[in-house]
Design a protein around this ligand. Structure first.
Ligand SMILES: [Zn+2]
Length: 399
């Protein structure tokens, strides 16, 4: 027999690491359970998480004290016994989000369950240089946070363009070039003295759809954002495809039209220049000889004062070809499209889905449900900071 087999086990040292890790994982279980189930009793929390009743009692007390969860009394007359229900903190803590767009920026506040309230939302025109941008963003977020007494846990910052995952540096923002080479998350954190989590806007949309929308429990899906530029996030096997620097999934800069219009990235004829809300607005603006916003286009087209053909047909054709490529390359079970183009006239989205059949492989398309995204970029920003906060506690827990 090998000597080591018969050697007595060394006495176990008492370690504080293991209980701390276990406690964090239990906290994560409770928070994930509340995120999925909403408002539940302590008994139900014990049942779905598998945590023992005494440990749960202690955890709930700690979480209540930290503000991460809240209690609301519920009278249960049927059983004759009042019980207390718990939910994620909505008044005891606040989560801040900021969405940076080409024309305007929006800051929002919510609770840990990602509930957005129009009254806790501020919008301002996107400044034209980096220093003004940072100052305005910090001022608007501070004003927003001060309007509510609860402590802020951090800020999710939704940014358009390529963000280096290792450093948070904006490698390229095709439509807001003063962000190139900057680290807006780091700079904003210094000004606010708060945790700031930068997220590429499409990755934020993926998180929002995964945490609060129709992608809950979906392991393979793609999120296509056609609102300004054309960006994409792909979740495969439950994880975001990031590539070596975090730039993975940038299908918007695939060449769609050789020698086409100059793109913000410096190349010509990118899919982004022909298959987006912005491409549609620009095409109508050129034809009409006046600047048209998407709101104006929707209102005038619906009132019958503005013809949208043939421009809409061309945008849908390019978009369908792009979606066909995504379906073929990534084989998603769901593909979400985020954009306003389809509000112009009823039936446009169905028309797009039919056209995709001309470009996608039939077996892949049969497996893929193409739908409009339920979330939005504000929810994406909020989802980024909530997700980051939860992830510091341990791996996600599935019910
Ligand atoms: Zn491009």
């Amino acid at each position: 027999m090998d000597k080591s087999d018969s050697a007595p086990l060394p006495p176990r040292k008492k370690s504080g690491v293991l209980p701390t890790l276990l406690r964090q994982m239990n906290v994560r279980r409770v928070l994930d359970a509340l995120r999925r189930l909403g408002t539940v009793s302590r008994a139900d929390l014990t049942r779905v998480t598998g945590i023992s009743a005494p440990t749960m009692s202690k955890l709930v007390e700690e979480l209540l004290a930290s503000g991460l969860i809240e209690a609301e009394p519920e009278m249960r007359y049927a059983t004759g016994r009042p019980s207390v229900l718990y939910r994620l903190g909505s008044r005891s803590v606040q989560i801040l989000g900021a969405v940076i767009g080409m024309r305007e920026c929006t800051v929002v506040a919510s609770g840990l369950a990602g509930e957005l309230d129009e009254r806790r939302c501020r919008t301002f025109a996107t400044p034209d240089n980096y220093e003004s941008f940072l100052r305005a963003l910090a001022a608007e977020l501070t004003t927003l946070a001060c309007g509510f007494e609860a402590p802020a846990l951090g800020v999710g910052l939704s940014l358009p363009g390529l963000i280096k995952s290792s450093t948070g540096e904006m490698a390229l923002s095709p439509n807001i070039h003063y962000l190139d080479g900057r680290r807006p998350g780091v700079d904003l954190a210094k000004l606010l003295k708060l945790t700031v989590v930068p997220v590429q806007e499409e990755h934020g949309l993926c998180l929002a759809e995964q945490m609060f929308g129709a992608a809950r429990g979906v392991e393979h899906f793609a999120m296509l954002d056609i609102s300004d530029g054309l960006g994409m996030g792909v979740i495969s096997g439950g994880r975001l495809i990031s590539g070596s620097d975090g730039f993975g999934g940038e299908i918007g800069h695939m060449t769609a039209k050789l020698g086409g219009e100059l793109c913000g990235c410096g190349n010509r004829g990118c899919l982004e220049t022909v298959a987006t809300d912005l491409a549609f607005m620009r095409a109508l603006t050129r034809r009409e000889g006046r600047t048209l916003t998407m709101d104006e286009i929707i209102a005038e087209a619906q009132a019958g004062r503005l013809a949208i053909a043939p421009e809409i047909g061309e945008v849908l054709d390019y978009l369908a070809a792009g979606i066909g490529t995504i379906v073929n390359v990534f084989n998603p079970a769901m593909l979400f499209v985020y954009g306003r183009l389809f509000e112009v006239r009823d039936g446009l989205f169905d028309q797009l889905v039919r056209k995709v059949g001309e470009h996608a492989l039939r077996p892949s398309l049969q497996r893929c449900r193409i739908v409009r995204a339920q979330g939005n970029k504000r929810l994406g920003a909020v989802a980024a900071i909530i997700n980051s906060h939860f992830n510091t506690l341990g791996p996600a827990f599935s019910i």
